[in-house]
Design a protein around this ligand. Structure first.
Ligand code: FES
Length: 356
């Protein structure tokens, strides 16, 4: 994974807890950093003597000609605290080019009907998707259900209002606030299953949506997904972007740990950038990714939590198992793809190919 030094051109406070960062993009790198709506950048910084990597979604449409991400400070969040409190205009961060599959070809369905459920900072990729959908699909319509604590914690409130003004008939924005009462019951509370069902009933014909996008806290995403599936929207038209994963179940973690113990001392072969390296698997080191990193292989990664998919590789000989997987489809797993940050080999001589 190749990082580039990019200078912070602007730091804009979006809410009391979040800022957005505008990156200065040298013309020579603009091609490599070309992105599709909904994709994210991987950042790398040395904080307190440790290398910290995080992914943040681009919150603007590709047509905006700028690279901007938003970072909300979270309790105990090393990188988000650093960005919100210490980073200054003119500072340089290491940034890898955009990736991600939370995206859609809006030109292919010019009169598409779209819906997004967003919670908190989950608005960032969805803002990019909404702007792009309305721009690329001249007859498309978009509904956003956006959950927040109160009006002051809504990120991009003015940007959303400006989009609404511009696309009056085609964009509908529903702000759902859980600590601020509105006279309309629909707008009060959380985006839980009952609220998502209520919104879908209001919209009508949820099964006929061209696509639905979901990004926000875990319980909200689960509720929105279940509500959409309950209304008959096929899963291939439901796109979900996770920023974090819950802790793996104790049973799954124990099962993988036991397989790791059985693989102790076996040969693990890693192919990266055309080079084949033979390593000795040691359960105490952890995942396939940890083995690669400790051996000095520049294997790609970002979240190390089974969420982003950056560490994807393919098992081309033997088998491996994962603790948790929020990034690969069932089809990819069947094809032998693994998230190396979550994987341990099963048995001897497993070959993992990062270019596979
Ligand atoms: S590094 Fe994100 S899924 Fe492995």
């Amino acid at each position: 994974m190749q990082f580039h030094s990019l200078t912070i051109a602007e730091i804009r406070r979006e809410t009391a807890e979040a800022v957005s960062l505008l990156l200065d993009m040298p013309p020579a790198l603009a091609g490599q950093f070309h992105f599709a709506a909904g994709q994210y950048l991987t950042f790398c910084a040395q904080i307190g003597g440790e290398e910290v990597r995080r992914t943040y979604s681009l919150c603007v449409a590709p047509s905006a000609g700028e690279w901007r991400v938003a970072v909300k400070e979270i309790t105990g969040g090393v990188f988000s605290r650093f960005v919100n409190r210490e980073l200054r205009v003119g500072d340089v961060l290491q940034v890898a080019p955009p990736i991600g599959r939370f995206t859609w070809d809006f030109q292919a369905v010019p009169a598409g009907r779209y819906l997004a459920f967003a919670g908190g900072s989950g608005i960032t990729p969805i803002l990019s998707l909404i702007s792009t959908a309305l721009e690329k699909g001249p007859d498309c319509r978009f509904t956003l259900a956006y959950g927040n604590r109160d009006a002051r914690s809504i990120m991009f409130l003015e940007t959303l209002a400006a989009l609404k003004d511009r696309y009056l008939d085609r964009l509908q924005v529903l702000h759902i606030l859980d600590s601020e009462a509105s006279e309309f019951a629909l707008f009060n509370g959380r985006l839980d299953r009952a609220k998502c069902d209520e919104i879908l009933a209001l919209l009508g014909d949820a099964a006929g949506l061209s696509a639905a996008f979901i990004c926000g806290p875990g319980p909200m995403m689960d509720a929105a997904e279940a509500a959409l599936i309950g209304q008959g929207l096929p899963s291939e038209r439901i796109l979900i972007e996770r920023f974090t994963a819950g802790a793996p179940s104790a049973v799954a973690a124990a099962a993988v740990q036991s397989l790791a113990q059985q693989a102790e001392g076996t040969e693990l072969i890693i192919i990266h950038e055309g080079r084949r390296r033979s390593l000795r698997f040691e359960a105490a080191k952890g995942s396939v990714l940890e083995h690669a990193t400790i051996a000095g292989i520049a294997a790609p990664y970002a979240c190390k939590g089974g969420v982003c998919g950056t560490c994807r590789a393919r098992v081309i000989s033997g088998r491996a198992t994962m603790v948790q997987n929020y990034a690969l489809t069932a089809e990819e797993v069947a094809q032998g793809y693994i998230l190396t940050c979550q994987a341990v080999p099963i048995g001897d001589g497993v070959v993992v190919d990062y270019e596979g």
